[in-house]
Design a protein around this ligand. Structure first.
Ligand SMILES: CC(C)(COP(=O)(O)OP(=O)(O)OC[C@H]1O[C@@H](n2cnc3c(N)ncnc32)[C@H](O)[C@@H]1OP(=O)(O)O)[C@@H](O)C(=O)NCCC(=O)NCCS
Length: 357
């Protein structure tokens, strides 16, 4: 018995930053960003708003959509790489803010692969009958990483002060990665599904030898002290990314994982109606379509509107495609993700006919 998606909800900060807004604070262009990544705009949370707040709102919206209450939730699984606090992470903050009661709340740290790992865990708990209703939430506020200095206030609409040369230079030095990310949260409610529907097969992988392809070097407890101004001055608190290598691995490993779950279930690529892949770059999505030899139209995309929201991309994409009417009963789709760790994998899913419970 596979777990099925009984509801979804999102929370996006209202402030939208366009590529032209970024071009006003660093040396970049709308043309470069759109042609290299597909991103047109991203939401950026106001200072003081953290990923736990967005995550809790998304959880409540997903329960509302499922017609359930906070008392129905047995387990919460929170995935983020940008928790409000280094410890204890977001799970307890989201549990408390959403008013879920003293249930088990897992915190998982698989970055762009986080939501997929959460889905697999939810499915396993439900299949083992250790939980009936599990909410998986991905939430991120990347804003704190952005080395934009005082220019962040221009992006948030809270200042019109001119951009200083120093802030312009620092922001430009980050342009290869900072233009790709956005803030937001989304949650899915998982419940026991009917036979031959819901999650049909999953595969998860980790290769830690690839961890340096994208990582945040500091702070960290391998250092003494674990956090220091020297680390910040050296920019070690910001992501270090080998974009090209990531790109090549993502295009190779996500289609491979999709083929694995199809084979496990006994289906073929030709049976797929939809692919919901982690939204890191439109060219990666096009690469997935090419590798699988499917119509690019079945590889859904909303990266233009949100950028890469790390752990939130898959539930955001589910929410949008479902609400666009692209997931009618019977739809066979594959979730897939690849990200920092490296962690990657896929989940095969069939949308059930309306479930009554
Ligand atoms: C990051 C990424 C968009 C870069 O695209 P790319 O086509 O490989 O671009 P390159 O890194 O080769 O850069 C090409 C040029 O554009 C410049 N450039 C980089 N960012 C720029 C920006 N925002 N605006 C303008 N120019 C930029 C570079 O400096 C480089 O200039 P040069 O040729 O004079 O040195 C792409 O590699 C990618 O998306 N990788 C995967 C990233 C990812 O998945 N990250 C999250 C992990 S889950």
């Amino acid at each position: 018995m596979g777990a099925y998606i009984a509801g979804s909800g999102t929370c996006l900060p209202p402030n939208i930053v366009t590529n032209d807004d970024l071009a006003a604070i660093m040396d970049t262009t709308d043309e470069w960003i759109q042609s290299r990544s597909g991103v047109r705009q991203r939401h950026i949370a106001n200072v003081g708003v953290g990923s736990a707040e967005l995550g809790a709102n998304a959880v409540l919206a997903s329960l509302d959509d499922a017609g359930l209450s906070v008392n129905d939730v047995d387990v919460l699984i929170s995935a983020t790489m940008t928790p409000d606090h280094f410890a204890p992470g977001n799970a307890p903050l989201i549990q408390d803010r959403a008013g879920l009661g003293a249930i088990a709340a897992h915190e998982i740290r698989q970055q762009c692969g986080g939501f997929l790992y959460g889905l697999d865990l939810a499915d396993a708990l439900i299949a083992a009958e250790r939980a009936e209703t599990v909410v998986v939430v991905g939430s991120e506020v990347h804003r704190g990483y952005m080395p934009f200095g005082a220019s962040i206030h221009r992006l948030l609409g809270t200042s019109t002060a001119p951009v200083t040369d120093e802030d312009y230079a620092t922001a430009t030095a980050s342009r290869a990665w900072s233009v790709l990310f956005g803030d937001g949260a989304a949650a899915l409610v998982l419940r026991p599904g009917p036979t031959d529907a819901g999650i049909l097969a999953t595969t998860l992988h980790t290769d830690g030898s690839l961890f340096e392809l994208i990582h945040v070097p500091a702070p960290g407890f391998v250092n003494q002290p674990w956090s220091s101004t020297a680390q910040i001055e050296a920019g070690l608190h910001q992501p270090s990314m080998s974009g090209g290598e990531l790109f090549r691995n993502a295009v190779r490993l996500m289609p491979q994982a999709i083929r694995t779950v199809l084979e496990t279930y006994g289906a073929t690529v030709a049976d797929l109606d939809l692919v919901l892949a982690h939204q890191a770059n439109q060219r990666i999505l096009d690469g997935i379509a090419k590798q699988l030899d499917v119509d690019p139209a079945i590889v859904a995309s909303n990266i233009a509107d949100y950028g890469n929201t790390t752990a939130a991309t898959l539930p955001l994409l589910w929410h949008d495609t479902k609400n666009d009417g692209r997931v009618p009963a019977g739809t066979l789709l594959a979730f897939t993700a690849f990200g920092a760790g490296a962690h990657w994998g896929a989940a095969l899913y069939r949308e059930p006919a309306a479930v009554t419970s």
